[in-house]
Ligand binder design. Sequence first.
Ligand code: G3P
Ligand code: MG
Length: 282
Amino acid sequence: MFTNKANERITYAHRGARAYAPENTMPAFHKALELGAEAIELDVNLTKDGYAVIFHDFVLTRTTNIAELKHLQKNGEKTGIHHLTLEEVRSLDAGKWYAESDPYEQIKSGTVPAKIAEGFTGTIIPTLDELLFFIKASNMLLNLEIKDQTKIDDNTHTIVHTILEHIQKHGLEERILISSFNHDYLKTIHAEMPEMALGILTEERIENPVEYCKQLNAVAYHPCRTFTTADDIKDLREAGILVNIWTINCEHELYAFANWGANGLISDFPDRAGTAIQLVTS
Ligand code: G3P
Ligand code: MG
């Protein structure tokens, strides 16, 4: 079972160190390691031919150069990972947009100079296989979020099994916590591989999160920061459930949630999260 003990506070680099490198790419994961994050949070989707890749959005326009590649636009602006084969996905540039869009004020203010962002041009979308080699070598923990594909296709069997096969192949059962907004995926995983650690990911407040986590055999609760209170954290912690909160970027909020006892701070700025944890625990 996942090894973060209930009394530990750790940093999860959200989509990698997303404030400093293009999200869900190897440069972002390397940056997370360099900045001292204990864990990475990332999103997994399937290609048309069934390969597991690291990608967040339903469509490809925001974080790739698909707009320049007419031959890959299988469904116009709504072309998604699921419309393309792995070979086609790997021909996309997932770093160029980052230099062009100045996604964070830090780039504009000079904390991350624009010329560093330009250096990401040519970055490709990683496969889950590649990422797991990195997790194994780096000794990091992983929060693997399964993106809900039921709007595309009812392929619960395919996405869940593809992911579980990867985890078993790499022998990383104890270093991975699986979460999803689709709680049916989590039920399927528990039925097939009860030793996997599961996190209830939710963007709405759940009435009785302790009971809900127990019902679904989840070891962790992953609520949005906007509705999470100190009392929620206390109740969950007392029940032995890990509380990992997303996505916290402001220093004062990181400090507050760490102080309230949250186990995991999921942040685009793993350096800031690490500082908050240090302040609370030293
Ligand atoms: O897993 C926490 C967080 O990543 C959930 O939202 O949209 O960033 O995947 P999203
Ligand atoms: Mg996510």
